[in-house]
Design a protein around this ligand. Structure first.
Ligand SMILES: *[C@@H]1O[C@H](CO)[C@@H](O)[C@H](O)[C@H]1NC(C)=O
Ligand SMILES: *[C@@H]1O[C@H](CO)[C@@H](O)[C@H](O)[C@H]1NC(C)=O
Ligand SMILES: *[C@@H]1O[C@H](CO)[C@@H](O)[C@H](O)[C@H]1NC(C)=O
Length: 359
């Protein structure tokens, strides 16, 4: 029942995967995807989503406008017409309208139809997805068990062919800057759009670190709403379920405090979700990082792995030798994400994937 909240560190790609104790509800294949996903994330992290950190200045907040066709089922009198997600992810809703709509929760827990839970993969990127071919291969054959959402620079024109899993997966986006509230806004936007599809059950994106690290960035003005003992820091990689996703998009309590009192050098995208969820739903959190990083090379940033680093030994190192608790059981599968993988790693990854990743 733990969801792991692990923040995204320097504005890389976010994937969100959620795993809670509802896992029994997940079909085997979806579970397989979960497991496979672990390694994929390694790849994923490279997709470098440097948000506009160095491009600063851009306060231009443009929202992408495009044809919104709710496109409900052909027969308006059927249940399907009420639950079918929009076939076009583009819409003209404001964030306020979107979050309101996304916060709908059915009170009757038993679905009166066959609901196949899906994993929503959410990509927070400037634009291109350098490791897209690996993702394509990873997802192949699992249609119906996943959804994809991409938040990019509003100006980015994706050129994915119609055969691609990424085709038309962009959501209405706005400029987001690393370390600023606009980054959290982008993550909330991804979650909200994904929540619109009632079949999405797990959300892969990112935030973490259990311990009260980073307390130095705590601002007493946040008390008593946020006290220092529950101040958390994480990278932005996370996997959460619908409940926690809704906690995040419905929040109007913590948001203004963080917006006002957590400004650089307090990097709000590393603290807002983990702290907020610790206070609101601490018992559902894993309290540990789900992102594998390698600091062994020293320096201010973790190691980046490129073409020559991708070997079987590399995977053994990333996956092996770990022990952690998951739903109160010991497990050796501790990480769903890994960083940082350079685009140059793609070719060897594609080559080695069948052997070490199983796809
Ligand atoms: C969004 O708004 C723009 C500008 O008003 C309009 O051209 C476009 O058709 C709208 N999209 C949808 C899906 O309604
Ligand atoms: C994580 O910490 C919270 C308290 O903040 C606790 O309630 C919860 O049980 C912890 N989760 C695990 C898996 O230990
Ligand atoms: C997990 O393993 C540790 C030793 O590595 C042991 O002390 C602990 O009891 C185990 N926990 C469970 C729930 O099996």
């Amino acid at each position: 029942m733990q969801s792991s909240v692990a923040p995204l560190e320097d504005g890389r790609v976010n994937a969100v995967l959620s795993r809670s104790n509802q896992s029994k509800a997940l079909p085997l294949r979806a579970l397989q995807i979960l497991v496979l996903f672990f390694v994929l994330c390694i790849v994923f992290s490279v997709i470098s989503v440097y948000t506009v950190k160095h491009f600063g200045i851009q306060n231009v907040v443009t929202s992408v406008k495009d044809g919104f066709q709710p496109c409900y089922g052909k027969e308006p009198g059927t249940l399907e017409s009420w639950i079918k997600p929009p076939s076009n992810l583009m819409h003209n809703l404001t964030d306020k309208e979107l979050f309101w709509r996304a916060s709908f929760v059915p009170r009757i827990k038993k679905y009166p139809f066959r609901r196949v839970p899906k994993i929503a993969f959410m990509f927070l990127t400037k634009g291109p997805l350098p490791l897209a071919p690996l993702w394509e291969r990873f997802l192949k054959g699992h249609e119906g068990f996943y959804s994809i959402y991409i938040h990019s620079l509003p100006s980015f024109q994706a050129k994915f062919p119609s055969s691609s899993v990424f085709h038309n997966k962009q959501i209405p986006s706005q400029i987001s800057e690393w370390g600023k509230m606009s980054m959290c806004d982008a993550e909330r936007r991804l979650l909200a759009n994904a929540l619109l599809d009632i079949s999405n059950e797990r959300f892969m994106g990112a935030f973490d670190d259990p311990g009260p690290y980073g307390r130095g960035r705590y601002n007493e003005n946040m008390a008593p709403l946020v006290d220092i003992t529950r101040w958390r820091k994480g990278s932005q990689w996370f996997e959460i379920n619908r409940k926690l996703a809704i906690n995040i998009i419905e929040d109007t309590t913590f948001y203004p405090k963080f917006e006002q009192f957590c400004k650089p050098a307090c990097y709000v995208d590393e603290h807002y979700f983990p702290t907020m969820l610790t206070i609101q739903a601490g018992n559902l959190l894993a309290n540990r990082s789900i992102t594998w990083v390698d600091w062994s090379r020293g320096g201010a940033h973790p190691a980046t792995f490129g073409r020559t680093d991708i070997t079987e030994e590399f995977f053994q190192r990333a996956r092996g030798g770990h022990q952690c608790l998951y739903n109160n059981r010991n497990t050796s599968v501790c990480f769903l994400f890994a960083r940082k993988i350079a685009p140059s790693a793609m070719e060897p990854l594609l080559r080695i994937a069948p052997k070490v990743l199983g796809f």
